[in-house]
Design a protein around this ligand. Structure first.
Ligand code: DGY
Length: 328
């Protein structure tokens, strides 16, 4: 898809390393290509950053970043000639999308290639938090099995009513897997998904009321911030479970902690947190919570595919100002 007029494309196709800026740490294969193939600039951290920007900011046309770091409001303002942000990851909520839209800055991400692995991670959390596998593992390692003959009973994972918040590519892949477990699937989305076999609920609260497990697969960003609030958690109730493989910002984390501590929620499986890599000590202290270090897409195969797609977008933009997977 063409994202530019012919007017500037000649200049842009000549973009060289001084016009490409690596922002924050990126996947090693992407970092190696940026350094070796393109001779890209790398934004320094700390005190050197301002001098660096004074010297190079005007020349930067392309920023390459991870979804976790993004190009934030201030950095984007400091790059007056930025044309495109090439984002490693499907989520790009760390980038100021509103400013990018206003300025006509295009953004690419890495959809599809990570869908299966992120959905697999959601299922791993689902099974773990309902069946207590991590907790049971800790029980064995602590040597408690010899003393206490039976680990406390857990709940059945098959045949549950499960709500998917955000029935996009990843939400659908999670639903398909849960169908294999005989689950009844409900969902909430900004609008009903045409042709979906699942039951649409008109709000996150309605969804939480209808199900026993709520799985968050919604994109991060201002529109979804705090969507899973005290009311939604209350509707999910003391026998309800929450799984989040989307973004920590979608959940009101202090409310989640309070609900878990007070037994108003049965458990949570979390791959994402409000302030990563900080995980609240209160969550660490709870045995009915499964905590992962944001590894939804973290397999060798998927990360290699994400790196290849990131570089494909970059090369495509340098060639003819098009992106292979622009955000929609
Ligand atoms: C992404 O790519 O945005 C996801 O966080 C993968 O886990």
């Amino acid at each position: 898809m063409s994202i530019d007029t012919a007017e500037h494309s000649e200049n842009r196709s000549k973009a060289n390393g001084q016009q490409i800026l690596q922002v924050g740490p990126v996947n090693p294969a992407v970092a190696a290509a940026l350094a070796d193939e393109f001779g890209a600039l790398r934004l320094p951290e700390g005190a050197e950053r301002e001098d660096f920007l004074e010297q190079h900011a005007d020349g930067v046309r392309i920023a390459v970043c991870s979804g976790r770091v993004g190009v934030d409001t201030e950095l984007m303002r400091q790059l007056p000639n930025l044309e495109v942000i090439v984002n490693f990851g499907v989520g790009y909520d760390a980038t100021d999308v509103a400013q990018a839209n206003e300025r006509g800055i295009a953004i690419s991400n890495t959809p599809d290639v990570l869908t299966d692995c992120v959905a697999d991670t959601a299922l791993a959390l689902y099974l773990d938090v309902l069946r207590g596998t991590s907790a049971a593992d800790r029980f064995v390692r602590r040597g408690e099995w010899a003393r206490i003959p039976s680990f406390p009973l857990t709940v059945r994972a098959s045949g549950r009513k499960v709500g998917i918040l955000g029935l996009g590519r990843i939400g659908k892949a999670i639903a398909a897997r849960l169908e294999g477990f005989g689950c009844e699937i409900h969902y909430h989305n900004r609008r009903p998904v045409e042709g979906s076999p699942y039951t649409y609920q008109s709000s996150p609260a309605e969804l939480a009321s209808a199900v026993e497990v709520l799985v968050i697969a919604a994109a991060g960003g201002p529109e979804s911030a705090g969507l899973v609030n005290a009311d939604v958690l209350e509707k999910l109730g003391p026998d309800g479970y929450l799984v989040n493989i989307a973004r920590g910002s979608v959940v009101d984390e202090p409310e989640l902690i309070a609900a878990l501590q007070e037994g108003r929620l049965a458990g949570a499986g979390l791959d994402v947190f409000a302030n990563e890599p900080h995980v609240p000590a209160e969550l660490m202290a709870l045995d009915n919570v499964v905590l992962l270090p944001h590894v939804g897409s973290g397999t060798r195969e998927t990360r290699a595919d994400m790196a290849a797609l990131t570089l494909h977008n970059l090369r495509s933009y340098l060639r003819d100002s098009t992106l292979v997977t622009p955000i929609s």
